[in-house]
Design a protein. Structure first.
Length: 56
């Protein structure tokens, strides 16, 4: 479940404050649910590493 939540966050990570998957303002609903789950298991402050997002 932790991997699934992290994958959702990576896929929906904002590009200029918009979700590239949903097109809505960030955080979108899937991201909110993923962070709620990670918070419940003590990992609510997780963010994707820069290299995963393709940023240098």
């Amino acid at each position: 479940m932790i991997r699934s939540a992290r994958r959702i966050i990576v896929e929906h990570w904002p590009r200029v404050d918009r979700c590239p998957m949903c097109g809505s303002e960030w955080p979108c609903r899937p991201t909110g649910y993923a962070y709620d789950y990670l918070t419940s298991v003590g990992q609510g402050d997780w963010a994707p590493p820069e290299h995963v997002l393709g940023r240098q």
